[in-house]
Design a protein around this ligand. Structure first.
Ligand code: P6P
Length: 347
C-alpha cells in the first residue's frame, strides 16, 4: 500500500494544511477537548468565504456604500456587513463560544438560545481597512480568542474586556496578492497561504520571527501637524542616515504606508521595522481599537520576538474598560519600538 507522505508526522512539512497544524497542536496539549480546533476550523471556513467574496467584489457590483453607518459612525461597505455576518454565522452554532464581539456591532453578540455555548470568547474586526476596498488595496480580518471568565450559560461584556496577555490565540487573514492566514497561540507564529484551487490553507511561513531591527517605518505623515514634539523628533531621527555600526555605510529607513493595518503589520512582521498609529491632537487615544486590532497584533508580534506598545506600556498589559476603546499603537521590531519609546519619554 502506498502511503502519501507529507513529511514526518512530527515535523510540519510545506504540505501541511492549517487543519493538520491545529490538530498536531491539539495532540500536544493534555486534556485538549477539540473545542479550540473546532472553533479555528470555523474561523478558517469564514476566511475562505470572505476571501471568495472579496475577490469577486469588483465583478459582483457590490462595491459602493450601503449608506448604513456602523457603531464607529463610518459608512458601511457592503463587504463589511457580509464579512461580519459570515463570521457570526460560521461560529455561532458550534458550541465553542459563550459570547463574541465585532467592530461592526455596538454590543457583544449573544449566542442564539437554540445553540449550545462553550468556553471561548471571540473578538474580531471582520474586514479591516475596508475604506481600501474600492481601490483594490489589501484588506484583512483580525481575530482574538480568550477563555471565558464568568459562569453561566451566556458570556458577558466582562468576558470580552480581558487584557491582551490573556489571549488563547490571535490571528489575521490578509486578502492581498495571495490570501494568507497568520496565527499564534503564543508559542510561535505560523502563516498559511490559501490554494484557491484546493480550497485549503497550506503552511507557507513556519515559525515567523521578526528581525530585532528593521529598515522601514510606517506612519501616516499627513498627520505630522497633529503630532507631539517628541513624536516629531522620533520620526526625524528615523529619517536620519545612520550607520548600524561604527564605520559601516550609513543607511536610512524606507517609508512604507498602505493605510490598511493588516497589510502594514504583515509587512512589518515579515521584514521588520515599525508601524505606528500614534495619539495626536485630533485622536488623543489614537485611531485603532484595542480589543480586536491592537491586542491580537501585539500578541502575534511578541510571539514572533517583536514588541507592541501604546508608547509607554505593553499593549498586552492594558486593562480594557470599553468594548471599542482605542489605543495608540507602536508595533514591530523590538529595538525600533525601544527607540520610539525612548523619544516619546523625553520631556
Ligand atoms: P489613516 C483603516 O481604515 C484603518 O482602520 C487601519 O486599517 C489603518 O491602519 C488605519 O485605519 C489607517 O488610518 O488615518 O492613516 O487613513
Amino acid at each position: 500500500m502506498i502511503t502519501h507522505s507529507w513529511g514526518p508526522a512530527t515535523t510540519l512539512s510545506a504540505g501541511t494544511t492549517l487543519e493538520r497544524h491545529i490538530l498536531e497542536r491539539q495532540r500536544q496539549i493534555p486534556g485538549a477537548t477539540g473545542d479550540f480546533t473546532g472553533l479555528f476550523q470555523q474561523i478558517a471556513l469564514a476566511a475562505k468565504i470572505i476571501n471568495s467574496r472579496v475577490r469577486q467584489a469588483g465583478l459582483a457590483g457590490i462595491l459602493g456604500l450601503t449608506g448604513a453607518r456602523n457603531v464607529q459612525g463610518e459608512e458601511v461597505q457592503k463587504l463589511d456587513e457580509f464579512a461580519n455576518n459570515v463570521l457570526v454565522r460560521s461560529v455561532e452554532a458550534g458550541g465553542h463560544l459563550c459570547v463574541m464581539a465585532s467592530e461592526e456591532e455596538e454590543e457583544p453578540i449573544r449566542i442564539p438560545d437554540h445553540y449550545p455555548t462553550g468556553k471561548y470568547v471571540l473578538l474580531f474586526d471582520p474586514l479591516d481597512g475596508s475604506s481600501n476596498i474600492d481601490v483594490d488595496i489589501s484588506i484583512g480580518t483580525i481575530f482574538s480568542i480568550h477563555r471565558r471568565q464568568t459562569l453561566g450559560r451566556h458570556g458577558t461584556l466582562a468576558d470580552c474586556l480581558q487584557r491582551g496577555s490573556s489571549q488563547v490565540a490571535a490571528g489575521y487573514v490578509i486578502y492581498g496578492s495571495s490570501t494568507v492566514l497568520v496565527y499564534s497561540t503564543g508559542d510561535g507564529v505560523h502563516g498559511f497561504t490559501l490554494d484557491p484551487a484546493v480550497g485549503e490553507f497550506f503552511l507557507s511561513h513556519e515559525n515567523i520571527r521578526i528581525p530585532a531591527r528593521g529598515k522601514s517605518y510606517s506612519i501616516n505623515e499627513g498627520n505630522t501637524h497633529l503630532w507631539s514634539p517628541q513624536l516629531r523628533r522620533w520620526i526625524e531621527h528615523v529619517k536620519m542616515p545612520r550607520a548600524a555600526v561604527e564605520g559601516a555605510k550609513a543607511e536610512t529607513y524606507s517609508a512604507r504606508y498602505v493605510g490598511s493595518l493588516v497589510a502594514d503589520f504583515h509587512r512589518t512582521l515579515l521584514k521588520g521595522g515599525v508601524f505606528a498609529y500614534p495619539a495626536d491632537k485630533k485622536s488623543p487615544d489614537g485611531k485603532l481599537r484595542l480589543l480586536y486590532e491592537a491586542a491580537p497584533m501585539a500578541f502575534i508580534c511578541e510571539a514572533a520576538g517583536g514588541a507592541a506598545s501604546n508608547g509607554s506600556k505593553r499593549i498586552l498589559e492594558i486593562e480594557p474598560s470599553r468594548l471599542h476603546q482605542r489605543t495608540p499603537l507602536y508595533i514591530g521590531s523590538r529595538e525600533d519600538i525601544a527607540t520610539a519609546e525612548r523619544f516619546l519619554r523625553e520631556p
